[in-house]
Design a protein around this ligand. Structure first.
Ligand code: FUB
Length: 325
């Protein structure tokens, strides 16, 4: 009898060992996702991502934005595609890093795309929905930000990766960039820029800015690349007491994502805990291995010291299934 139990245990244990713990990294395993952007609404955390679909030999192939939600950070519900790039009739391709925020009882999606030939270069579109799960429709019928609006930029793809943040007194800010980082106020209609565009590029800024505030301090967290030292992006951050700065560089928050040139921070406080969403390229699905254009979203606990500085984050397979620091 004992021998039988041992044999059964041997037969089932290899399978059981392969089952990922719910909530461990990467948190999305059935498709390749990148550029995570969390949004907390009541007792639900919504997560918007881009969708990596490269064939072998391609760099990026991204056509739509996806949504997931959770109430416990363990089980994730897939809500499908919230918008396809075809929804921006003036755009041609590259549905890159998205962020959604709520204002005036509606949900506003900001995302970079390649503009059509009438305004060559990357651009940022804005779409709207009455529900967080979409579908989102173009709210402006034209780019909110296009390459000609940042004439001092050094390259045609610097207008990417919007991050949107509403301050306590109601002003919504949008920051974005690649190599150059810009910030501007959004109009109350959420589809216009209100006032000047200011460059706030912090040290080693590469792309993927994320704005948030805790207490009286503003945080600008971003994918950084110290070209003298690293080959892959890491996450660094700066702090300020106003969105326009001056921003004080606070150093690196994370190392690189496993197997990935890019990394992309998204930060949220949910049910009393802070979380840092990232991506790496450690996921394999069938015969498709992780790659530059086949990434996987992860999440880690985030904590602050007594001065409000974010403590360095180690990326792990356990992620938030390990106790918070
Ligand atoms: O996902 C496409 C681009 O790669 C994003 O816009 C960047 O942040 C980087 O993750």
């Amino acid at each position: 009898m004992r021998w039988l139990a041992f044999t059964v245990l041997l037969a089932v244990s290899p399978l059981a060992a392969e089952e990922p713990v719910p909530g461990s990294n990467p948190i999305i395993r059935d498709r390749f996702t990148a550029d995570p952007a969390p949004l907390v609404i009541g007792d639900t955390l919504w997560l918007y991502t881009s969708h990596d679909e490269v064939a072998d030999g391609e760099m990026f192939n991204m056509k739509e934005w996806l949504a997931y939600s959770t109430t416990d950070m363990r089980e994730w519900t897939f809500h499908g595609s919230v918008m396809n790039i075809k929804g921006f009739a003036w755009a041609s391709h590259d549905a890159w890093a998205v962020q959604v925020i709520e204002k005036h009882g509606r949900y506003w999606l900001y995302a970079p795309v390649e503009h059509d030939a009438t305004k060559p270069g990357k651009a940022i579109g804005v779409a709207v929905s009455d529900r967080p799960e979409g579908p989102f429709v173009d709210a402006k019928g034209a780019a909110l930000i296009s390459n000609d609006m940042t004439p001092k930029g050094t390259h045609s793809w610097e207008d990417i990766d919007p991050t949107v943040f509403t301050d306590d007194e109601g002003t919504t800010w949008i920051a974005w960039g690649n190599r150059q980082c810009y910030i501007a106020k959004l109009g109350d209609d959420m589809i216009s820029i209100d006032g000047p565009i200011t460059e706030i590029t912090p040290p080693h800024f590469e792309e993927g800015p994320w704005l948030h505030k805790r207490g009286g301090l503003y945080y600008l967290t971003y994918a950084s690349l110290d070209r003298s030292d690293h080959k892959d992006e890491r996450v660094s951050y700066a702090t300020a007491t106003t969105p326009l700065g001056p921003w004080t560089y606070r150093g690196e928050l994370t190392g690189s994502g496993e197997g990935s040139f890019t990394i992309h921070p998204g930060i949220a406080e949910f049910k009393g805990q802070w979380y840092l969403f990232l991506h790496n390229a450690a996921l394999t699905i069938g015969d498709r291995k992780g790659a530059l254009g086949r990434r996987a979203v992860t999440v880690e606990h985030l904590s602050y010291d007594a001065d409000g500085l974010m403590r360095p984050v180690i990326q792990t397979a356990a992620g938030i299934t390990a106790p918070p620091p």
